[in-house]
Design a protein around this ligand. Sequence first.
Ligand code: KG4
Ligand code: ZN
Length: 383
Amino acid sequence: MSDAYILGIESSCDETGAAVVRSGEQMVSNVVFSQIATHQPYGGVVPELASREHLRAIVPVVRKALADAGQTYQSIDAIAVTQGPGLAGALLVGISYAKALAFALDKPLIAVNHLEGHIHAVLLEERQKGNHEVAFPVLALVVSGGHTHLYLAEEKGEGWSYQNIGHTRDDAAGEAFDKVAKLLALGYPGGPVVDRLSAHGDPTAVKFPPSQLKHRDRKDRGKPEDDRPRFDFSYSGIKTAVLRYVETHNMQPGIEARKKALSEITKPSWQDYLAHCDKATLDLVASFQRTMVEDLVAKTLAATREYEVATLFVTGGVAANNELRQRFERDAAMEGLPVFFPSRPLSTDNAAMIAAAAYPKFLAQEFAPADFSAEAGLALSAR
Ligand code: KG4
Ligand code: ZN
């Protein structure tokens, strides 16, 4: 089979992405237009603004992805687009545009699950480095602003199959980073700033109680019983614990002062935030991050032992976190378990991962029906 050039389009949240990937193994172009500046004043993604920004960005972003790749609308072999999960209005922009392109150009259209995309970001980069051998079973931790999910992934014939063995019961890990940052007036999105500031605080200064999951998830009832345990997460408790700590340690005046000082700086850098943080704030931030990292690593590695996996993938926006990477690398190495992360640009949302995940579907001629639409709560499951 000759090379296939797939144009990927991603618009599930607050990044408009387009990319061209050759045969699932070579990223030829990757363009991401971030809407952070639009949402920053609100401390989180405003869904309607996200849809409008996607509409504004999508045509130039796709044009640039094709130009960077030396491709044209006519020369690509297929168009892949994120179907879900994500914000419905945001997804619809990418899907409508991809459908129109596929129709006008008479090219196949492939619908991709965003979470499958995050998993394929790892595979794409490994193949690009020449590593075509991944030992199975693979466990993938997808940890982002919207998800904290564990999937057993396996290659079945030309396609991939996924089994969910754990998910967050409430907030996603990235959401906890963002909410804690918002509470402490550390900007949006919070993860990257918390990551940088944590290196300047004492991670053992504040003790947070471990997250507790006493009951089986209601959403999992009624499903056939698997006698193997699940590995669920919960991060709303730690967010509340940070809030309580702020209240009991009278940190609100310092937060207000930081908010005011930072509002006078256009596009504050993490050094600006650092300059406006006292020791108590840095210790709190570092302790929060340490607790999050330890919980993610401990549960994921427990799952790798229970399911006897051969390879671990850690992907999604939070996989960009320095301490998380170091911990996974150190602890997985102690168990002789190979662990792979995407590079930082491919950890957060992008369209190269969508084009890469589409390639096995392209080979299997698994094309989207003409009436397919956005699915905000799309699950990733077995084939
Ligand atoms: O994968 P992504 O771009 O979008 C979703 O699918 O959600 O992930 C964005 C999330 C945000 O919550 C952001 O704060 C978090 O990833 N994030 C980080 C870091 N970089 C991004 N969290 C912790 N440390 C980081 N370095
Ligand atoms: Zn994502």
